[in-house]
Design a binder for this molecule. Structure first.
Ligand SMILES: Nc1ncnc2c1ncn2[C@@H]1O[C@H](COP(=O)(O)OP(=O)(O)OP(=O)(O)O)[C@@H](O)[C@H]1O
Ligand SMILES: [Mg+2]
Length: 233
């Protein structure tokens, strides 16, 4: 059984439909990629999983439990962490304070920043008292991922982590995602428009087109002709 099973969900903004009958699954120790052009519904899907966007139909199962009726905070406590598009770092809070917001949903006794956060992102250790807004875009992205990891998630949702980031830090982020996958402790869902990055990391993938799944397959298919066709529609 998959850690995450989204079945045939619909999402609306008022009368306008953003997702139609979208299904996706994610397994522990695997990276599942959501691909697709601008405005096809990638963020809507990931926000629906995190509980930031209600669904009008379908179901979302996480770790064997139906979660569609749970609040965002309840889903976070259950182990779902989101690294949002655009990072959403608190600019006036320090790096350390930003990290602490990541575990606010946890019981008091487990509110701490594991040392391994600084093994994954050494740069953050020397910047703990700097303000979030003073960090570079790449450092902010690393902080956003670290903030999600302090709650020790079972499902990590990453929305376009390479957007506007310089290549050296993209490499660092890639290594971290590979390491997290290899530990086999969480399922990872990665939204990406940087195709080569997605191809290097994906175990399986879906392509969204105008709110619908137009293709779903495993990593080998990312080297085929079909993918290009679906991505250029
Ligand atoms: N809050 C909102 N209110 C109304 N419409 C919205 C809202 N958020 C998104 N939409 C619309 O829903 C559709 C899907 O948007 P979404 O942000 O999910 O796409 P996306 O694939 O993440 O795009 P991008 O690649 O630009 O991040 C778009 O047509 C968008 O304009
Ligand atoms: Mg988006």
């Amino acid at each position: 059984m998959s850690m995450l099973e989204v079945q045939s969900i619909d999402v609306f903004y008022g009368a306008s439909r953003a997702l139609s009958e979208v299904s996706i699954a994610a397994e522990v120790g695997k990276v599942t990629c959501i691909l697709g052009r601008n405005g096809v519904g990638k963020t809507s899907l990931i926000r629906a999983i995190a509980g930031l966007q209600p669904i009008a139909a379908g179901s979302i199962a996480f770790d064997g439990q139906q979660i569609a009726k749970l609040s965002t905070a309840q889903r976070a406590r259950a182990g779902i962490a989101l690294v949002p598009q655009g990072r959403e770092i608190f600019a006036t809070l320090t790096v350390e304070e930003n990290l602490k917001t990541g575990y606010a949903c946890l019981p008091r006794a487990t509110r701490n920043i594991p040392d391994e956060i600084f093994e994954l992102f050494p740069v953050l250790k020397s910047m703990l008292s700097r303000r979030g807004g003073d960090l570079s875009g790449g450092q902010q992205q690393q902080l956003a991922i670290a903030r999600a990891l302090v709650m020790r998630p079972k499902l990590l949702l990453l929305d376009e982590p390479t957007e506007g980031i310089q290549p050296s830090i993209i490499k660092d982020i890639e290594r971290v995602i590979e390491l997290l996958r290899s530990r086999g402790e969480m399922a990872i869902v990665l939204v990406e428009q940087y195709f080569e990055f997605a191809r290097r990391l994906a175990d399986n993938f879906v392509i969204l087109n105008r709110g619908r799944i137009s293709m779903a397959d495993n990593r080998e298919a990312l080297y085929g002709e079909d993918v290009r066709k679906h991505l250029t529609v």
